[in-house]
Write a protein that binds this ligand. Structure first.
Ligand SMILES: NC(=O)c1ccc[n+]([C@@H]2O[C@H](COP(=O)([O-])OP(=O)(O)OC[C@H]3O[C@@H](n4cnc5c(N)ncnc54)[C@H](O)[C@@H]3O)[C@@H](O)[C@H]2O)c1
Ligand SMILES: O=P(O)(O)OC[C@H](O)CO
Length: 329
């Protein structure tokens, strides 16, 4: 597998394109913004979404036909834009081509996971999922991490791992696509909650308790949707949850911190050109949890705050006054 297409040149698409280039692949990048495509093609990095990081030169275009006939596609557009992009991408795919889903979110209103969106828009494609603890800036700088690469077919999974893996970017194979998707989507909402706890200065004990109970929520939903429990204990679940809930380098966590400090969601988002996936995923997750009959009180509290149904203090008081119960998933 030599020719790799990358759909989306935000911070993560750019970092993955750089990784695959360093791994020796022939990489082609589709960027929505012409200025990003021009800068990447000229070897000037990505001044919009990954400024001040030196990157290898790569072929890029804002014309999606650049992805025609690639042997694999990495999809790295924000979850709420995936469907529109896939509708356009479909015409350029060869039958059976793997589409490795690297974004972390659930589609609003339809409650579709990204694999569902692939099935509905690109029936020729074979979906796979890449998820795990990985800040784009770290990966683009060549700092080491490990991620889950979930693919139903182990042989195809191995081929994809060899195509994009390097010593500093270590994929581990799993056959559990649903587990990998749910882990990545839910951790973003939980990171907003952790940020709120941090912004309210509730202390590190509260922070750790929230991560642990959040992990129980994530696992409950994933298992109810057919995932394997052990997947959530891996890189795409606990691994990414710990990373995203631990550092203001996370957009979701820093968004939550600002909310906890009393700022409005609208004001915080207006200052950003980057995506904060947990914001759109929170309402979708609340609906999905209700549909599956799964209790997700922390994620629901985030949704209630974002929907203006409760302020942060009211949401926190409600969480702390839930009935005592048996621990566990
Ligand atoms: N940045 C990270 O560290 C990181 C790591 C792992 C996963 N992810 C996931 O990758 C996905 C992309 O995030 P990112 O950080 O690369 O993005 P980003 O915040 O750096 O950039 C925003 C992206 O959204 C794109 N965009 C905006 N409007 C669009 C539209 N109408 N159609 C298509 N694309 C549009 C922009 O072109 C750009 O690529 C998200 O799901 C995120 O959760 C990000
Ligand atoms: O900056 P965030 O919160 O979107 O998190 C980035 C990655 O998903 C961390 O693995």
């Amino acid at each position: 597998m030599q020719t790799i297409g990358v759909l989306g040149a935000g911070a993560w698409g750019t970092a993955l394109a750089a990784t695959a280039t360093k791994a020796g692949r022939d990489v082609r990048v589709w960027a929505l913004e012409a200025e990003v495509a021009e800068a990447l093609s000229a070897g000037k990095g990505n001044p919009v979404f990954l400024p001040d990081i030196e990157l290898p030169k790569m072929q890029a275009s804002s014309d999606m036909s650049i992805l025609a006939d690639c042997e694999a596609i990495l999809s790295v557009v924000p979850a709420q834009h995936a469907r529109a992009c896939f509708n356009q991408l479909n015409q350029y795919l060869t039958p059976g081509v793997p589409v490795l889903l690297c974004s972390k979110g659930i589609e609003k209103n339809t409650l579709s996971l990204m694999t569902d969106v692939v099935h509905e828009t690109m029936p020729k494609a074979t979906p796979a999922v890449l998820s795990g603890p990985s800040f784009a800036a770290d990966v683009a700088r060549g700092l080491p991490t490990a991620v889950t690469l979930a693919c139903a077919d182990e042989k195809l999974g191995q081929t994809l791992m060899k195509a994009i893996g390097r010593s500093a970017f270590r994929p581990y194979w799993s056959n559990d696509l649903i587990g990998a998707e749910i882990g990545g989507a839910v951790k973003n909402v939980l990171a907003i909650a952790c940020g709120i706890v941090e912004g309210l200065e509730l202390g590190k004990s509260a922070h750790a308790a929230l991560i642990s109970r959040g992990f129980a929520e994530m696992t409950r939903l994933a298992v109810a949707m057919g995932a394997q429990q052990q997947t959530l204990a891996g890189l795409c679940g606990l691994g990414d949850l710990v990373l995203t809930c631990s550092s203001p380098q996370s957009r979701n966590m820093s968004f939550g911190m600002a909310l906890g400090q009393g700022r409005s969601a609208q004001d915080i988002l207006a200052e950003r050109n980057s995506v904060t996936e947990g914001v759109a995923t929170a309402p979708a997750l609340t609906e999905l949890a209700a549909r599956e009959g799964v209790a997700m009180p922390i994620c629901q509290a985030v949704h209630e705050i974002l929907a203006g149904q409760k302020n942060v203090d009211e949401a926190m008081t409600a969480l702390l006054n839930r009935p005592f119960k048996h621990e566990g998933f």
